[in-house]
Ligand binder design. Structure first.
Ligand code: GLN
Length: 245
C-alpha cells in the first residue's frame, strides 16, 4: 500500500509568527524520515474551502491586525467544511492567534470582537498585560503524561468551556489565561496551543501523535516506527532548564 499525507497550511502569509512554519517542517520531515511522502498545500484568503482531501491542517499565530484580516474569510469561506472535516477526524494543529480564532471569538485590546469558528468551545479576550515567556506544560494527549516546551507571547486570555479538554496543565508560564493552569484546547483531533517555538521540533512526541492520528484516520490501525530523537530530546531538556521548570 502506497502511503501519503496531504497537509494544508492555512493563511501562510498572514498567520506565521515566531517561525511557526517550523511546525510544518517537523510534520513533513518526521513523515518523510519514515518513508511517508507529504503533499503540501496552502490556502490563503479567498482560496480553498474544501477540506475533505486533507489529513492535517496547520495555522500559525498572528498579530491582532492579521487576525482581523483573515477572520471573516476563515469563518465564512473555510468554516463550514473545516468544521465538518474536524467532526470526521481531520487533524488540525493551531498556534496562538490561529488557536484563538477556532473559538467563539477573540476580543482585541481595543474591544473589537473578531468572531471565531466556534470549532473549539472557548473564547478569548485580550488583557492589558501581555503573557510572554518560556512555557512548560504537562500533557497526556499522547496517552501517557509527557512534557511540552515552547514560549508564549499573547495578550489573549482564553477560557475553556465544557466541550473541550485542555492540551495540558501549565508547569511553568501562563498558558491559556495565567489563572486556571490550563494550556491549549483539544476537541477530537483538533488541537490549539499557545506554544510558539516553533513547538513541534522540540516536542517530537506531539508531532508523532498528530501524524499517527492522521495516518490511522486514513489507513486504519498504524504502527509509526520510532525515530532517533537524541537531538530533539536534548533541545527539549534545554528548554525545560531555561524555563526553570
Ligand atoms: N494577537 C493575539 C494575542 O495577542 C495572538 C498573538 C500570537 O499569535 N502570538 O493574543
Amino acid at each position: 500500500m502506497s502511503l501519503e499525507l496531504n497537509l494544508c497550511h492555512m493563511y501562510p502569509e498572514q498567520m506565521n509568527l515566531y517561525g511557526d512554519r517550523g511546525n510544518l517542517i517537523a510534520l513533513v520531515m518526521r513523515a518523510r524520515w519514515r518513508g511517508i511522502p507529504v503533499r503540501y498545500h496552502s490556502v490563503g484568503p479567498g482560496e480553498g474551502g474544501d477540506f475533505s482531501g486533507y489529513d492535517i491542517c496547520f495555522m500559525g499565530g498572528g498579530q491582532d491586525h492579521e487576525q482581523q484580516l483573515i477572520g471573516e474569510d476563515l469563518v465564512r469561506r473555510k468554516g463550514p467544511d473545516l468544521k465538518a472535516a474536524v467532526e470526521d477526524g481531520l487533524v488540525v494543529f493551531t498556534v496562538c492567534g490561529g488557536y484563538q480564532l477556532l473559538g467563539e471569538y477573540y476580543t482585541m485590546g481595543g474591544g473589537l470582537k473578531i468572531p471565531g469558528l466556534t470549532l473549539l468551545d472557548c473564547r478569548t479576550d485580550a488583557g492589558t498585560r501581555r503573557m510572554i515567556g518560556n512555557l512548560v506544560v504537562s500533557s497526556s494527549f499522547g496517552g501517557t503524561v509527557k512534557t511540552l516546551v515552547g514560549f508564549e507571547n499573547h495578550s489573549g486570555r482564553t477560557r475553556l468551556g465544557g466541550e473541550v479538554e485542555p492540551l495540558g496543565r501549565v508547569l511553568k508560564g501562563f498558558g491559556n489565561n495565567g489563572e486556571d493552569q490550563t494550556e491549549g484546547a483539544v476537541y477530537k483531533n483538533c488541537v490549539g496551543t499557545y506554544l510558539h517555538g516553533s513547538a513541534l521540533p522540540k516536542n517530537p512526541w506531539l508531532t508523532d501523535v498528530l501524524l499517527l492520528r492522521a495516518l490511522e484516520r486514513r489507513y486504519g490501525r498504524f504502527d509509526l516506527e520510532p525515530l532517533d530523537d537524541v537531538v530533539e530530546q536534548a533541545a527539549h531538556r534545554v528548554a525545560i532548564r531555561l524555563a526553570g521548570a
